[in-house]
Design a protein around this ligand. Structure first.
Ligand SMILES: Cc1cc2nc3c(=O)[nH]c(=O)nc-3n(C[C@H](O)[C@H](O)[C@H](O)COP(=O)(O)O)c2cc1C
Length: 191
């Protein structure tokens, strides 16, 4: 039985604990391409992604923990261990950054961040539509400039926006109960 596209949107859920297989190269290409159709004021295309795969995911943990310690915000050993255990299974991480483009004063910085967030949402939905799962996290030193720099995004020019872990859910599950939209919507008539 085929699933209507709208039902994919309604059934998306975040899954932190994922493992191999990751999307194939062809699937990953489509997932990343989906980010390109995010709404984008001024066609600034501010989104940037770093692919972190395989052994590089483990190196990410080492790098982040070292830099956080150097920056004066060390991760307690038990938390570091939990994070390492999580990452040891994750086959693919996307690090997400937004190019700030300070010279452009016409379109506010927030709108670039919103466009990048919309690009991430497209990625989360595309991953789900292809039968995989993803989880957006702003842990792992997201707000530490040294981490931003180490990932290859100059922190003067980019706002780092976290990581998307992508793979196959370790445990099966359903999307959580979602709120009824009525409580978030009201009508404005201008009368
Ligand atoms: C920008 C952003 C950053 C997030 N960072 C974290 C995080 O660091 N840790 C966490 O537990 N959840 C984080 N979340 C929430 C999860 O990605 C996820 O949305 C949440 O667990 C709810 O699951 P759902 O997407 O299925 O509703 C973040 C979400 C967003 C939008």
């Amino acid at each position: 039985m085929s699933v209507a596209p709208i039902d994919f949107l309604l059934s998306r859920r975040s899954v932190k604990f994922v493992q191999e297989p990751a999307p194939s190269s062809e699937e990953l290409a489509r997932i990343l391409q989906s980010a390109m159709s995010a709404p984008d004021h001024g066609r600034l295309q501010p989104w940037r992604f770093k692919l972190i795969r395989g052994a590089a995911v483990g190196r990410l943990a080492d790098t982040v923990f070292t830099l956080m310690e150097e920056a004066g915000s060390p991760i307690p050993p038990h938390k570091a261990e939990i994070t390492r255990r999580w990452l040891s299974k994750v086959p693919l991480m996307l690090a997400v950054a937004c190019k700030l483009d300070h010279a452009n004063t016409k379109i506010p910085e927030e709108e670039r961040m919103l466009a990048t967030g919309a690009a991430v949402t497209n990625i989360l939905n595309a991953v789900h539509m292809l039968g995989y799962a993803a989880y957006w996290s702003t842990g792992l030193g997201t707000y530490v400039d040294q981490v931003t720099d180490a990932l290859g995004f100059d922190s003067l020019d980019y706002r780092f926006m976290g990581y998307i872990a992508i793979g196959t859910p370790i445990e099966s599950g359903q999307a959580p109960e979602r709120p009824d939209y009525h409580q978030f919507v009201s009508e404005w008539t201008g009368a």
